[in-house]
Ligand binder design. Structure first.
Ligand SMILES: [Zn+2]
Ligand SMILES: [Zn+2]
Length: 267
């Protein structure tokens, strides 16, 4: 195995020949930049720091679920930023693309570090004792196409920061369509029964951090959660980089209008 020192030296030389570029705009990076130039980093950071209208914390520290996840009974969702489906050139979207397609170690490290901070902030000391990272598995086709599983790489990067072990207990059966081209109902049907567990003992009694890149309808996370729960996980907390969809946060309970009488529901 190559020593760490040698690896670092080689990547320094490599960096001199091929200086790193911003994953969004392509501008050459300074030595202090990780993946973004200053301008793109600021835009990404602003998205993360946007205040949640429900808990008044910055988005990357808020654990409010998205509307579909909240409706399904999920109380906590760890996330970093909001994905804008119609604006592909935004730094927040470009980095997700880089994570999936480009196989860049600095992107894994950067996002892994950011997600670790959010996880560390959200978990109680007791949950941290039994915490385990479980990636939502890609389809075999997606893995073949890109040559790697980006969610697994993301989990490894989070593990390097938090020290939580990664478990590949969740497996995905072949077949099915790409989720992103389907409607909400179709997504649910497409994903039902597609996941199974291979190593149940790794899950039992653990605080499972279910890691995925993006959640829209919540169908994948909910199906993975159901399978993991059935193996006796004590807690399952979904963790994603980005949230998408119209109803990002559960709407607050509507207050009763003055003067209007509500009929009592008969039971
Ligand atoms: Zn840039
Ligand atoms: Zn919130």
């Amino acid at each position: 195995m190559m020593g760490k020192g040698l690896f670092a030296a080689l990547s320094r030389i490599w960096g001199k020949i091929y200086p790193a570029k911003c994953v969004c705009c392509g501008e050459l990076l300074d030595e202090t930049d990780d993946v973004f130039c200053r301008t793109c980093y600021d835009a990404y950071e602003n998205n993360k720091q946007e205040i949640c209208s429900r808990c008044f914390r910055p988005r990357c520290r808020c654990t409010c679920p998205t509307f579909p996840l909240g409706r399904a009974g999920i109380r906590r969702l760890i996330k970093l930023y909001k994905y804008q489906p119609s604006a592909n050139d935004l730094p927040e979207n470009r980095i997700l693309y880089a994570l999936k397609q480009k196989h860049l170690q600095n992107v894994f490290d950067f996002l892994g570090r950011d997600l670790s901070e959010a996880i560390n902030d959200a978990l109680t000391p007791r949950e941290k004792e039994t915490a385990i990272l479980v990636p939502c598995p890609r389809s075999a086709g997606a893995k073949r196409k890109n040559g790697y599983d980006h969610t697994a790489e993301l989990c490894r990067a989070v593990s390097r920061n938090t020290g939580f072990p990664v478990s590949f207990a969740l497996k995905r059966a072949p077949g099915g369509k790409m989720q992103k081209n389907l409607s909400r109902e179709e997504r649910k049907r497409n994903i039902a029964g597609r996941f199974s567990l291979v190593k149940t003992d790794e899950i039992t009694g653990k605080t499972v951090l279910l890691v995925d890149d993006l959640t829209t309808s919540g169908a994948t996370l909910l199906e993975c959660r159901r399978v993991v729960k059935s193996a006796g996980a004590s807690r399952v907390i979904p963790c994603v980089l980005a949230v998408s969809g119209r109803d990002y946060v559960i709407r607050p309970q509507k207050t009763r209008k003055k003067g209007k009488r509500y009929k009592k529901r008969s039971r």
